[in-house]
Design a protein around this ligand. Structure first.
Ligand SMILES: Cc1cc2nc3c(=O)[nH]c(=O)nc-3n(C[C@H](O)[C@H](O)[C@H](O)COP(=O)(O)OP(=O)(O)OC[C@H]3O[C@@H](n4cnc5c(N)ncnc54)[C@H](O)[C@@H]3O)c2cc1C
Length: 460
């Protein structure tokens, strides 16, 4: 339990009204999107870089573990408090410190909601491409720590590709700045790219300088219904093997389509649809017809039942209905979603989805797969009942088999959700012991007392 002396030190650094150790607040901050709950000893709400530096120094002096937290929307237990830790919530650090359209950059605090950055950029004809599905409420600090991404990653890249520089506080209270404000810069080691995706284990990020791009003039959407998964995923391979890069290339398997049928969202799909692709192009208005024609040509092939296009906001929204209804519909299958976001090379996707199908049948499990097919990033959702021990055992066996297959195909454990607490046991299968030891040594340099987000990312 937190000592009175440490509590008093936090209160004097932040003010008593931003240090909470009451039961209600600790309960509220005991979770993220995973079903587990661990109450922190206290919750702190800093409002500035200086306060973060001060609280880190107190934590270092008293050897108190800290769990950084954005919106708590992560689904791998990254923001789940370590037992006996104190949560540092960045919700109150939500200032835009600088918006510089001429240099296409924005400087933000970590608590800014991701969508707000894009909205601000668009007010000046620019945009911020990373678009995680949670961007209406997740915070940029969480995105940076997890290297989040969304559908647009296939064309534009992930959060890491849009970070020019960071300000942060290390685990022993050192205040550091990484990177620069320009789109070129090679001075020193690239600590910016190291901190992005470090899951709060190396430093508390207090400021980010983000790169913006000119906003595309328009977007056009294709929705394709296929008779089977393999035909859809073969079409994905063809798209990735031609010159027009879509800005979204999303896939839903037959179980995902079955899941949305009760909601009515599949009513306007072609009869016999067993797989769906959503394909989007963006750019200059005059160029969109050329792009769409090229994509249509690449997508056409065996198993295609129907291809519809949308060029207006309303038509596009209508085409996305099936995909957008999925998250809610999946929750009706079973109370617990074991949500993996593995990645395999795009050319291996069709065989991998066959393997998942086979594994689901062999273990008698409901497994719904969908995802960012253009990146080979598949969300494999095992829908289970946590109080059914036999089903949970089968789910874990299936999971082991799926992870092994991912790695055998040259893939990776996580495309965007990260490792957190949930995938730690698989890490040694992907990262060899020498490399892991180097990572631990880097962690010790940043966080000598092991206070930042313990129990995350590294295997036991
Ligand atoms: C419906 C839904 C859809 C989603 N869709 C996507 C998606 O499309 N793509 C995707 O990538 N993810 C997605 N996610 C997962 C999640 O939203 C992302 O991982 C997001 O980046 C987490 O942001 P957050 O603010 O909620 O961070 P949290 O969950 O609070 O924290 C995430 C991690 O960041 C660390 N952290 C937070 N702030 C800081 C900081 N300032 N300094 C250091 N470490 C920090 C935490 O310790 C934790 O390890 C989705 C989640 C949901 C619920």
């Amino acid at each position: 339990m937190l000592s009175d002396r440490a509590l008093a030190a936090f209160r004097s650094a932040l003010g008593a009204d931003r240090v909470f150790d009451d039961d209600a607040t600790r309960t509220l901050y005991a979770c993220d999107e995973t079903p587990r709950r661990v109450q922190p000893d206290a919750v702190l709400f800093p409002v500035s870089h200086d306060e973060v530096a001060a609280l880190m120094r107190i934590a270092s002096e008293h050897r108190i573990a800290l769990t950084p937290r954005g919106a708590g929307s992560g689904n791998v237990g990254g923001a789940l408090p370590a037992p006996g830790s104190v949560v540092v919530s960045f919700e109150c650090m939500r200032r835009v410190l600088e918006f510089d359209p001429a240099n296409r950059l924005v400087v933000v605090e970590p608590g800014v909601v991701t969508e707000e950055i894009d909205r601000l950029a668009r007010s000046a004809g620019l945009f911020y491409p990373p678009d995680p599905g949670s961007n209406a409420y997740c915070r940029i600090g969480g995105n940076l720590a997890m290297n989040a991404a969304g559908p647009r990653a296939v064309k534009y890249g992930v959060t890491r590709d849009f970070v020019l520089g960071l300000r942060a506080v290390t685990g022993d209270g050192r205040e550091i700045r990484t990177g620069c404000r320009t789109t070129k810069g090679v001075t020193g080691y690239d600590l910016t790219r190291l901190l992005v995706g470090s899951e709060g284990t190396l430093a508390l990020i207090t400021e980010a300088t983000l790169k913006l791009l000119p906003a595309p003039e328009a977007v056009a959407t294709l929705r394709l219904c296929f008779a089977d998964n393999r035909s859809a995923l073969d079409a994905v391979s063809r798209v990735m093997h031609q010159s027009v890069m879509p800005c979204a290339l999303e896939f839903m398997d037959h179980r995902a389509i079955d899941a949305i049928r009760p909601t009515g969202a599949a009513d306007d799909l072609a009869p016999g649809t067993r797989a769906l692709l959503m394909v989007e192009a963006d750019g200059a208005v005059a160029d969109l017809p050329r792009q769409i024609a090229a994509l249509e040509a690449a997508l056409a092939g065996g198993g295609l039942l129907e291809m519809k296009s949308g060029f207006t906001r309303e038509a596009i929204a209508q085409l996305w209905t099936a995909r957008k209804s999925l998250s809610h519909a999946v929750k009706q299958i079973a109370p617990l979603k074991i949500n993996e976001d593995v990645v395999v090379p795009v050319s291996q996707l069709a065989g991998f989805v066959d393997f998942i199908d086979h594994t689901a049948n062999a273990h008698r499990l409901a497994v719904v797969s969908f995802g960012h097919a253009g990146n080979g990033n598949l969300h494999v959702n095992l829908m289970v009942h946590p109080d059914d021990a036999d089903e949970m055992e089968r789910a874990h066996l299936a999971l082991d088999a799926i992870m092994l297959r991912v790695l055998a195909l040259g893939g990776t454990l996580s495309g965007e959700h990260g490792i957190g607490t949930e995938k730690r046991r698989f890490v040694p299968q992907e990262i060899d012991s020498a490399t892991l030891e180097l990572m631990r040594a880097i962690k010790r340099q940043f966080d000598p007392h092991g206070l930042l987000n313990p129990g995350k990312l590294f295997p036991d």
